[in-house]
Design a protein. Structure first.
Ligand SMILES: Cc1cc2nc3c(=O)[nH]c(=O)nc-3n(C[C@H](O)[C@H](O)[C@H](O)COP(=O)(O)OP(=O)(O)OC[C@H]3O[C@@H](n4cnc5c(N)ncnc54)[C@H](O)[C@@H]3O)c2cc1C
Length: 297
C-alpha cells in the first residue's frame, strides 16, 4: 500500500460494492477509491501495480455483477466527467455518464448519439462493451480514444484499433483503461426526438434493480428474450432473482439477491435454451469473481 498511500487520496477499506451497481449485488472491496480527473487514473494504476494490488475499473456498475465475497484488491470508481465541445467533436473524460454526454451534444445541436438516450452508465463502460440501442452503437461515433496501457503509459489509438462489433471492443482482450474519448457527431435531426426513445424504454423495459439485457442476442434476427420467452422461462426464480415477466432477457433483483442467484438462473436458462433450440447463449452482463476473473456461465 506504500505507493497508493503516497498519492494522498482517500482510500476506503472494505467498501460494500452493491450500492455502486445496478443490480445492487456485491460484497466488499478490500480497497476503493473515487477518481474525479482522468489524469489521476494512470497515477492510481501505476501505484497499484507497484504495490502489487490487483485493480479493476468501475464506471456506473450498470453491466457488472460483483461476487458476493466482493473483490480482493482495489476498485477504481471512475467519476472523471469533463466534457469539451469543438465544432462537431466532443472530448469526454471516461467517467462521464452517457446521459451527460448526450445532454451536452443536444445543447450544441449534435445528434446520432441521442438514440442512446436512457442507456445508463459511463462512456468508459460504453466503449468497453460497445453499448448500443435503436440501431446505433457508441463505436459509430468514436474518432480516437486515449487509453492507459500497462508498461507504456498513455497512448491515443484510432477507432479501428478497438475493433468495435456487437457488444464487443478489443479492450475486452487488452485490458487497457479508457481515459478520454473523442467523438464526432452528426448535426441533430430535429425529427429524431430523444423523447420517443425514452418512451420506448419506459414502455418496454422493466424497472427496479435491473441491468439491461442479461444475454447477447445470438443473431441479429433472433433475440435472446424471444428464445427465453418461447422456452417458457419467464418468471423462473432462484432466491431473489427472477426472469422478468415483461422482458425475457432481463433479470430482476426482487430484494436481496446474490451473484449466486444470478448464476443459478443464468445457467438454467442457458441449459434449457440449448436443449430446446440448440443455441448457445452468451452473457452480456459481466460476472466477476472475487479475484476479478470473469465467470463462465
Ligand atoms: C436499465 C438499464 C438499461 C440498459 N440498456 C442497455 C442498452 O440498451 N444497450 C446496452 O448496450 N446496454 C444497456 N445496459 C447495460 C449498461 O448500461 C451498459 O453496458 C453500459 O455501457 C455500462 O456502463 P458502466 O459505466 O455502468 O459500466 P460498468 O458496469 O461500470 O463496467 C462494465 C465493464 O467495463 C469496464 N470499464 C468501465 N469503465 C472502464 C474504463 N474507463 N476503461 C476500461 N474499462 C472500463 C469495467 O471494468 C467492466 O468490466 C443497460 C443497463 C441498465 C441498468
Amino acid at each position: 500500500m506504500n505507493e497508493l498511500e503516497k498519492l494522498g487520496i482517500e482510500i476506503k477499506r472494505d467498501e460494500p460494492l452493491a450500492p455502486y451497481t445496478a443490480y445492487k449485488i456485491g460484497g466488499p472491496a478490500d480497497y476503493f477509491v473515487n477518481i474525479r480527473a482522468s489524469a489521476d487514473l494512470p497515477k492510481v494504476i501505476e501505484a497499484a501495480e507497484k504495490d502489487k494490488i490487483p485493480y479493476m475499473l468501475l464506471g456506473g456498475g450498470c453491466n457488472t455483477v460483483f461476487s458476493d465475497k466482493g473483490f480482493r484488491g482495489l476498485v477504481i470508481h471512475n467519476m472523471a466527467n469533463k466534457i469539451e465541445v469543438h465544432g462537431s467533436q466532443m472530448i469526454v473524460e471516461s467517467g462521464t455518464p452517457l446521459s451527460l454526454v448526450i445532454a451536452e451534444a443536444l445543447k450544441h445541436e449534435l445528434g446520432g448519439i441521442d438514440k442512446l438516450f436512457g442507456l445508463p452508465g459511463t462512456i468508459g463502460g460504453a466503449i468497453y462493451g460497445n453499448a448500443g440501442a435503436q440501431g446505433v452503437e457508441i463505436g459509430d461515433f468514436v474518432v480516437s480514444v486515449k487509453i492507459y496501457r500497462s508498461g507504456q503509459g498513455i497512448v491515443e489509438e484510432p477507432k479501428e484499433y478497438f475493433q468495435f462489433s456487437y457488444r464487443h471492443s478489443f479492450l475486452k482482450k487488452s485490458h487497457e483503461i479508457v481515459l478520454e474519448v473523442k467523438l464526432d457527431l452528426p448535426t441533430l435531426d430535429p425529427d429524431g426526438a430523444p423523447i420517443e426513445v425514452l418512451k420506448f424504454r419506459a414502455e418496454k423495459q422493466p424497472k427496479g434493480k435491473v441491468a439491461g439485457s442479461f444475454f447477447k442476442n445470438p443473431t441479429a434476427n433472433e433475440s435472446a428474450g424471444f428464445l427465453i420467452d418461447k422456452a417458457g422461462l419467464k418468471g423462473l426464480k432462484v432466491g431473489d432473482i427472477e426472469i422478468s415477466q415483461q422482458h425475457g432477457n432481463w433479470l430482476m433483483n426482487l430484494g436481496s439477491a446474490t451473484q449466486k442467484d444470478i448464476l443459478a438462473v443464468a445457467r438454467k436458462t442457458k441449459e434449457i435454451v440449448k436443449e430446446k433450440f440448440g443455441i448457445d447463449l452468451e452473457p452480456e452482463n459481466i460476472l466477476i469473481d472475487e479475484h476479478g476473473n470473469r465467470i463462465d456461465i
